[in-house]
Design a protein. Structure first.
Length: 80
């Protein structure tokens, strides 16, 4: 959500590519700014509803192909 301020978009869900993103304050923000605690609690309270909406919307879309598996096993690098 480039250019958007978290204070204006928190608690909102948007589709970004094939994913759904929910903008939220970090919970620790309430430790630094106690006035944010009610907004944080409200946003977390809305999560089940928003996740259900995202799941329902994904059922109606074409699934995205999974990334191709690597053909070779990864090799461990050495620091020395």
């Amino acid at each position: 959500m480039p250019g958007a301020k978290i204070s204006s978009i928190h608690g909102q869900m948007r589709r970004v590519g094939d994913r759904y993103v929910i903008a939220m304050f970090h919970p620790a923000a309430a430790l630094h700014q106690a006035a944010l605690k009610p907004a944080i609690l409200k946003d977390f309270g809305q999560l089940p509803k928003l996740l259900e909406q995202a799941r329902a919307a994904q059922k109606h879309t074409t699934p995205v192909q999974a990334a191709e598996e690597p053909k070779e096993d990864p090799k461990q690098l050495s620091l020395f």
